[in-house]
Write a protein that binds this ligand. Structure first.
Ligand code: C2E
Ligand code: CA
Ligand code: CA
Length: 432
């Protein structure tokens, strides 16, 4: 009943403790909580730094959990990187949420492994015993369902079990199956959103954005199916499909227009990524110097060394690197020094508020000054109004993207758009 590595109880101990507590509470009715904690991103760290480092992290996590809990609670290790907590003194969903939030905080502090330190986040699912008919297995299963949902909505979260969750989980499984089918039938399409020069509005390139219109489900948002594809291991196939189609389209555009393609975080921990991307664009006959990959800071964090190698391979082939969604999440100025970015995309949350919120304007100004100093291009994302574009241009921002200039459109519509813009531009050139 004891785990050798951490000295914590095992799953058998957890079950035993819950069963006893259920019996006690029959005589003295009061709720209690079960929480399952999962370390996000543990596996890649284990693979990268080795078993000993991984074991060290698990031991530190076990100590932290024990130290953070009251004497009445039990901590157990029920899977490689999963811990379960039985909290007899937690009587409500809101108290369970509070406890879980505290545990995530405790687990998020850096872990020392040898000379370096790494950071992890955690996801927690909890269930509450508030029904005398509830069983040990039932409580653990509900906490697992909640944990599953916490991972699905983006990790580093707490989810407390509720009956509605079951419905959500089932529908996710349906979407997953439909997505696998769509990917193998080649039914997910890249659409293309223009990126323009703020001065004059002429086209510079396009960002490929995935679109999926399923036969049965109708249009599904990339905000839902991209994370799902990442979670279920569908992303490599999906990304290959999208890049192939996007490169086929971009090959026929005028040569001065670039294609920006999003890489997901897990692709930056896979050493074959650069080679694959370059092979696909070569097969389409797209010059790599017209290709730009967009990556996020999340993608750089889990394995900075691997990401740096991949980025190096891209740069040598002439592919440009853009840092996406800058200003949200885990922004670090150090990263701008450590990686050779060509462009930085300022997240649309700043652009949306730039006209009526002084802090946003100051932040954008500072980002632009920094980019100018570092010799990095800056693109403002999510421009919807003329006044925003004007203000950004005044602040020295040269490139922009947003509904004001166009939404993402199909490959065919994009070719039409390019033709009409180019002929207008040529006419203007002739006149001047
Ligand atoms: P992103 O890379 O930040 O892409 C920009 C998102 O902002 C797109 O949402 C785009 O439609 C939206 N957007 C552009 N202009 C405006 C605007 O003026 N106002 C507003 N409100 N929104 C604007 P979309 O297409 O829903 O994509 C969401 C996210 O999904 C993308 O965010 C990207 O992270 C991911 N994604 C989409 N396609 C791919 C792909 O092929 N591969 C990967 N790895 N991720 C993708
Ligand atoms: Ca992007
Ligand atoms: Ca973005």
């Amino acid at each position: 009943m004891t785990d050798r590595l951490t000295g914590l109880g095992t799953r058998a101990r957890l079950k035993d403790k819950i069963a006893r507590l259920i019996v006690e509470r029959e005589a003295d009715p009061a709720p209690f909580a079960v929480a399952i904690v999962d370390l996000d991103g543990f596996k890649p760290i284990n693979d990268l730094y080795g078993r000993t480092a991984g074991d060290g992290i698990l031991k530190q996590a076990a100590l932290r959990l024990r130290a953070a809990l009251d004497g009445a609670s039990t901590v157990t290790r029920i899977g490689a990187d999963e811990f379960a907590i039985l909290a007899p003194m937690v009587f409500s969903a809101s108290a369970a949420r509070q406890l879980a939030t505290m545990l995530i905080e405790v687990l998020s502090a850096p872990y020392d492994i040898g000379a370096r330190s790494v950071r992890l986040t955690a996801s927690v699912g909890t269930s509450i015993y508030d029904d005398m008919a509830e069983t040990t297995e039932g409580l653990i299963g509900k906490a697992e369902t909640a944990l599953y949902e916490a991972r699905r909505v983006g990790r580093n979260r707490v989810v407390v079990y509720s009956p509605e969750l079951v419905e959500a989980v089932h529908s996710v499984t349906r979407i997953e199956q439909a997505l696998r089918r769509a990917v193998s039938n080649g039914e997910v399409e890249p659409h293309f959103q223009p990126i323009v020069a703020l001065d004059g509005g002429h086209l510079l390139g396009f960002e490929a954005l995935a679109r999926w219109n399923d036969h049965d489900l109708g249009p599904v948002s990339p905000g839902l199916f991209i994370p799902l594809a990442e979670e279920r291991g569908i992303m490599p196939d999906l990304s290959r499909l999208l890049l192939g189609k996007a490169a086929d389209a971009a090959r026929n555009w005028p040569r001065h227009l670039f294609l920006a393609f999003n890489l997901s975080p897990e692709q930056l921990v896979d050493h074959s990524t650069a080679r694959e991307v370059l092979e696909i664009s070569a097969r389409s006959g797209l010059d790599p110097r017209r290709l730009e990959v967009e990556i996020t800071e999340t993608g750089l964090m889990s394995q900075p060394e691997t990401a740096a190698t991949i980025i190096g391979e891209f740069k040598r082939a002439g592919v440009r690197i853009a840092l996406d969604d800058f200003g949200t999440g885990q922004s670090s100025l150090g990263r701008l020094r450590d990686f050779p970015f060509d462009k930085l995309k300022i997240d649309r949350s700043f652009i949306a508020s730039i006209l009526n919120d002084r802090p946003s304007e100051h932040i954008v100004k500072a980002i632009l000054a920094m980019c100018a100093g570092l010799g990095i291009g800056a693109v403002a994302e999510g421009i919807e109004e003329r006044a925003q574009a004007k203000r950004l241009a005044e602040l020295g921002c040269r490139m922009g993207q947003g509904f004001l200039y166009g939404r993402a459109e199909s490959a065919i519509a994009t070719t039409d758009l390019i033709q009409s813009r180019e002929s207008r531009r040529l006419a203007e050139l002739k006149r001047s």
